[in-house]
Each structure stands twice: as C-alpha cells, then as structure tokens.
Design a protein around this ligand. Sequence first.
Ligand code: HSE
Length: 310
Amino acid sequence: MLTDVTAFAPATVANVGIGFDILGHTVDAVGDRVRLRRIDEPVVRIRSITGIAGELPIEAMSNTAGRAVQALHAALRLDYGFEIDIDKGIPLASGMGGSAASAVAAVVAANALLEEPVPRLQLLKFAMEGEIVASGSAHIDNIAPCLIGGLVLTVGIDHPRVKQIPVPPSLRCVLVHPHMFLGTREARAVLKTDVTRSDFVWQSANLAGFISGCYSNDLDMIRDSFNDVIIEPQRHSLIPGFKDVQRGAMSAGALGCSISGAGPTIFAWAEIQHAEAVRGAMVAAFTLHGLQSDCWVSSLEAYGARVVKA
Ligand code: HSE
C-alpha cells in the first residue's frame, strides 16, 4: 500500500482559438508537481507551496489542489487524510492552465493512494471543484486535456463526454508567455453574453473544419479554419502587442495563432520545420512591446497527468 506519491500534470492551452470552453490541449514541456502523503487524521491540509508560487492560498478550502482533494475525500468518505506539497512549474494567471494542473496532479496522486482507485474520468469532477475556486466558473477545457492528454473536446459539464482528437504528427505547439498577469475572471468579464448569427455561423464552421482537419490530417483545412471570430476580438486588447505577435507567427509559417486560454500567453501551431522561426518571431514581437517572455515548443502527443514518484 503506497503512502507517498508525486504526480505531474502538464500545462494546457484552453480554447485552442476556436473552441471556447470546450477544446484544449496539453503542453507537456511544462507543468506542476503535487506530492500527497497519507495521514491518519481524516483531514486534507497543504504543507508547502514551492516553485512559481506567488501568493497562492495555503488553506486547502481556498486552494485549487486542496479543494479538489477535499472533494474526492468527501465523496469517497475516507477515514484517513492527505497532506499536500505543491510545486508550481506553471506561472500564475498566465492562461496556461496552472490551476487545473495543480488540481489534476493532486487528484491523480490521491487516486494512487486509494485502496480502490476510481476510474480516471471520475477524477474530472473532483478537479473541477478545484478549478471553480480559482476561476469562479465551471469550465473543463483545461482539466480534461490535462487529465487525459493531447487535444481534447469536452461536451457537457455535469456528465461530460470527453473525446481525444488525433493531431497530425508533424505539428508542434509554440507557447509564449509574456511576463505579465491576467486573471481569468477579468478576461471573462470583458466578454459579451450574446453573439451575432453571422459570428455563430463562422465559429461553428471553423470549429467543425478544425476538428475534421485534425482527423483527416488536412493541414490546409486546419489553417483555413484556425480563426476565432468571437472571443479573440474581444480579448486581444488585454495583451500588449497581441496583433504583432500573431502577425509575426503567421509570417513565420504558423498555421494559426491565438490566445492561450484566458491569456496573456499566446500559442501557435506550426509544422515542425517552422516551429523555431515562429517562436523567434513571437518572442521578438513581445520584446518590441517591452515584454520579456518565456517560451516552449511542444509536441501535441497525448501525455496526460501521471504519477512520477511512488
Ligand atoms: N475557456 C476559459 C476561458 C479558459 O477562456 O475563459 C480559462 O483558463
């Protein structure tokens, strides 16, 4: 019986431009690690938060990882508890799915400590409780890919259906994080609650085209449909230099470029031979706007959260 387990959960690009709140993919190059220890006392508590920790709450109730483990603990009526150490690798308020990664790593580690582990998809709803603490809304587009890996479509919230979508193997994701904070609540608050019929039609066509392009390895279809006509136009002014970063990526050969989750991180998809030029162009454009940045180039393979030490 294990008593001490560490799990890793990757960063995620939510929305992937055209799938607001329903589509997301992993970026395995960066992530959070969460260690859980079984304790006799039937409580959930956080012992430490290290790494790029900022001012994260140490009370389990208010912390995304703590709240997710509390949800699992209560649902399974466990008569023992957990002590948690969180090591943040994902910058806070970056649009890289940091709150989801901590919650997912925590429940994956907790599951490995159970006498009878629950099926992986059941962990979704526990992790979602953690995500609500962080962002104030129940969206699942970071959590689902973080848990199962790769490009993931989620349909439904209460009983979500989760579908892993194949991505052409020649594609890479370039992720560029400018050194600034943008809260998810703030980025959601700027969004209108209605859309025009014309925008609805374009966005539906683009989402359908994008997904069919992924299934059929049709890079032209992916490129032509990689265009968010609803959310990006309302949010891009929150990110200094967004248009220049996007133009730079597209000129360097990207198939598409948009806001990662709620921002300010910007992502692009590119064929492997263009990925380095795309990365350089995006970083240079941010620099021109006075922003330093971190960047990652990642495959889109389906590696989700996993136990790394037991
Ligand atoms: N889909 C969410 C949003 C993701 O764009 O607001 C937030 O991480």
